[in-house]
Design a binder for this molecule. Structure first.
Ligand code: F7E
Length: 334
């Protein structure tokens, strides 16, 4: 389906989800603008080469007037806020920056929309996260977290995202904005940064296969995550904004797996059955507070949006290892 009348503005265009979403919206015939941050952002060139159909606008979630300008220039029908300080470990080391960019930045963007969009036509997507739940034992529904579950964030990142989630709901209720929150569980893929555990593992596994590296250093291996494929999840974001009414939706697979299970499958892809000799634990990668188990229940998204994930856990590991073996074989830096 194409709809040439639609224009989207994407924050976080240089990130994993920004790339997948740009591709999806381009296929659907959207005019696409992306916000890029910083005076000399090294990701600009790569983004321009990979997504030549995206017009980049220089702005920053922490600079309100730059956001007003971005909304005025792009005149979007839909805004997807995917930008954030998104690494949980980093947020412990940079808590104020995280609060300002990931939390208050969303308020800045909502205010920019309210100021420019006097007819209240823009539809807004906020990237909320499973990190808002915290995974505590007393706060763990049997079939997985839903849109109604209790929040108990366990990191500066989770706390900032919870503010962003509630301020988005508040603007929906106060100003009747078409503002939706996607509560996304972990979503990975070949565009994931190597600072996240899945890509760190598949990248190292590829290098171990090719003799470029002999081990990998990781933090805790017991935490469990509900891991899906990012390409599937951007489809859910788009579907949220096509609804007549805004809302909050969990996107998840409904399965949870430990890092050990991820290691097991990833090493088996290169013919190694016992990964233990290749993995060293390093406390530098452990967090002051850990989220031990995340499991999402995507029933509402399945029923109301007709959304479902397509790639399963073994499929995800396979595609990531395959990609990293390919790029490492030709010496490309990911
Ligand atoms: O950690 C453990 C770590 O950094 C997963 C972000 O997209 O998903 C992501 O957050 C688990 C944690 O993702 C290493 O302690 C062990 O238990 O890949 P991660 P995350 O923290 O779950 C949510 C939904 C978001 O919203 C976030 O933006 O793996 N772990 N060893 C490690 N993690 C990392 N990064 N590096 C390690 O060496």
């Amino acid at each position: 389906m194409t709809d040439t009348k639609k224009t989207a503005l994407i924050t976080g265009i240089t990130g994993q989800d920004g790339g997948h979403l740009a591709e999806l919206l381009h296929e659907k015939g959207y005019t696409i603008y992306g916000i890029i941050r910083g005076q000399h952002n090294p990701k600009r060139e790569i983004t321009e080469a990979e997504f030549p159909y995206v017009t980049l606008i220089e702005a920053d979630l922490m600079d309100p007037s730059s956001l007003v300008r971005a909304v005025q220039i792009s005149q979007p029908s839909e805004i997807y806020n995917l930008a954030a300080v998104s690494h949980v470990g980093y947020s412990f080391k940079n808590p104020q920056l995280t609060a300002e960019a990931t939390g208050v930045g969303v308020l800045n963007l909502l205010e920019a929309i309210r100021l420019v969009d006097t007819e209240n036509k823009i539809r807004f997507y906020q990237a909320s996260t499973s990190e808002m739940f915290g995974g505590l034992e007393y706060n763990r529904p049997e079939k997985g977290y839903t849109e109604e579950s209790l929040f108990h964030p366990r990191s500066p990142y989770g706390v900032a995202k919870l503010y962003a989630h509630w301020i988005t709901k508040n603007y929906r209720e106060s100003y009747n904005m078409h503002a939706s929150c996607g509560i996304l569980f972990n979503h990975e893929g070949d565009r994931r940064g190597v600072e996240f555990v899945t890509r760190k593992i598949t990248h190292a596994v590829a290098r171990i296969k090719l003799g470029k590296q002999n081990h990998i250093e990781l933090g805790d291996l017991w935490p469990k995550r509900d891991w899906g494929y990012a390409g599937d999840y951007v489809e859910g974001m788009w579907r949220m904004l096509q609804q007549d009414k805004p809302g909050d939706y969990v996107l998840a697979t409904g399965e949870t797996h430990s890092i050990e299970e991820f290691l097991d499958l990833a090493f088996k892809e290169i013919g190694i059955n016992d990964w233990k000799p290749y993995v060293k634990q390093n406390p530098a990668f452990m967090r002051p507070a850990e989220v031990d188990l995340l499991l999402g229940d995507p029933t509402k998204a399945e029923q109301e949006l007709g959304w479902t994930r397509k790639v399963d856990f073994p499929g995800l590991v396979k595609l990531m290892v395959k990609h990293d073996v390919e790029i490492e074989s030709v010496g490309l830096i990911s």
